[in-house]
Design a protein around this ligand. Structure first.
Ligand SMILES: [Cu+2]
Length: 454
């Protein structure tokens, strides 16, 4: 099969055709509902453009034109209206950030937060975003996934001069599409994104298609290298990331996601990890992937799933009806991504004689506690009880006490809490399961009844 290159105004020969004209044509096609085949014959950018950029829209109002997105452990960037333009102000600066209780690092963030606050607006909105650089290094901001003029794209040296320390730059563009996007430094990306200079962008549709979500969550996936006892992320790390995060928090530092039975829940995942893709798995549900940062997934291409692979440099949005109450784990299914500050160059000790090893090590390393002979599950609990020393400012393999024992997970792990009644969004108590639906130790009578010999 051959795919012909679309002949568009962007071709070098058609210099008389301005970009604005291209947008007009793309917008007109979308608006008049011409055949999809015609739309796909346009360039990729116009196919995701859903409003006519020549048209002027009233600024979208939160609570009226859209249900505001929730950024767990984060916030939404405020704006002010100036002559119909939404004006935002991002300030890059060093930030002391807590990843989980007991682990804080000196990162770089926006407006005092790691990651930056979520930028939220409506398709058709005109936005003006000022960026003030209070870092010791030059930076830029790239608006990942947004269709905008090349000069607003934020690639240092290519589309703009870097923003030097102390300078304030102005970006201004119209949002011509809806969906889930991201922003991040595009100057010395390896260093600056590893230090935390990333954030989410949510653009709501001007005219929603389908039912609105009752709860709309935004979660950025990222990974860090913070050696136990140190206080700075290491941007040079390539493989052994040891702090894996939802919105820059590692479990038990992640805020749970709440929903009431029957709610339509939308979760927007973005991934700006340095080197990893994350398969995010939700327990208790099957969901549908409804959009990527490239646009809505056509209904004919949507399919049910329980795990969504979020590649780095991409967003995936999932939706489901919260019809199954409970406390449901939601986590990256890469098992090393639900451990925090785990040393991955450990010797294999499973099955070793713990006492013999302790006795042998004692003369050389007094106080040594041999761990790992039956797995890593007890490590966090021993640390929590103070039996086991770890360096200051570290949470090696620490999970959390749960209602039925110790939760041996850390890192990219959170909990979806679905309740029949939520008086407010702050109910973070454990789910009270019906006894008949609770797994527990089998009784002798049950074993005898079913002929199970143990
Ligand atoms: Cu992962």
């Amino acid at each position: 099969m051959t795919i012909s290159r679309p002949k568009t105004s962007l071709s070098r020969s058609k210099t008389s055709f301005s970009r604005r004209d291209t947008f007009r044509i793309g917008g007109a096609l979308a608006l008049t509902g011409l055949a999809a085949s015609r739309a796909t014959a346009q360039t990729a950018d116009t196919s995701v453009q859903t409003v006519d950029p020549a048209e002027t829209f009233a600024p979208g109002t939160p609570g009226v034109d859209y249900r505001p997105v929730i950024t767990p452990n984060g916030s939404t960037l405020p704006y002010k209206l100036v002559d119909g333009v939404k004006v935002f102000h991002l300030i890059t600066e060093p930030v002391d950030h807590e990843f989980a209780p007991g682990l804080t690092a000196q990162c770089w963030g926006y407006n005092g937060e790691v990651h930056g606050p979520t930028i939220e607006a409506v398709e058709g909105d005109m936005v003006r975003i000022y960026v003030t650089n209070r870092l010791p290094a030059a930076t830029t901001v790239h608006w990942h996934g947004l269709i905008l003029p090349s000069g607003m794209d934020g690639v240092g040296g290519l589309s703009q001069a870097p923003i030097e320390p102390g300078e304030t730059f102005r970006y201004e563009f119209k949002l011509v599409q809806h969906g889930t996007f991201m922003y991040h430094s595009h100057h010395d990306e390896m260093t600056q994104m590893a230090m935390g200079l990333i954030g989410m962008i949510v653009v709501h549709p001007r005219v929603p298609k389908g039912p609105l979500p009752d709860r709309d969550y935004a979660l950025m996936l990222s990974e860090w290298s913070i050696k136990p006892g140190t206080r700075r992320p290491d941007p040079n790390e390539m493989t052994d990331f040891n702090v894996l995060t939802f919105n820059a928090r590692a479990f038990p530092g992640t805020a749970p996601l709440m929903a009431q039975t029957g709610d339509r829940v939308r979760i927007r995942f973005g991934n700006l990890s340095a080197m990893d893709h994350h398969p995010i798995h939700l327990h208790g549900y099957a969901f549908t992937v409804t959009e990527t940062d490239g646009g809505p997934v056509p209904e004919t291409a949507q399919h049910p799933d329980t795990t969504v692979l979020v590649p780095t440099g991409a967003t995936r949005t999932v939706e489901f009806i919260a019809n199954n109450p409970g406390d449901w784990a939601m986590h990256c299914h890469m098992t090393h991504h639900v451990m925090t500050q785990m040393g991955h160059n450990l010797d294999l000790l499973i099955g070793a004689d713990r006492q013999a090893l302790s006795d042998a090590l004692a003369p050389a390393l007094p106080g040594t506690m041999v761990m790992g002979t039956d797995g890593m599950g007890d490590h966090g609990r021993h640390v929590g009880m103070g039996h086991m020393m770890v360096p200051d400012n570290s949470t090696p393999m620490v999970g959390s006490e749960g209602p039925l024992g110790y939760i041996t997970m850390g890192g990219m792990f959170s909990i979806l809490k679905v309740r029949d009644s939520l008086s407010d969004g702050d109910d973070v108590s454990w789910y009270d399961e019906k006894p008949a639906q609770q797994a527990r130790k089998a009784t002798a009578d049950e074993l005898a009844r079913d002929g199970i010999t143990v």
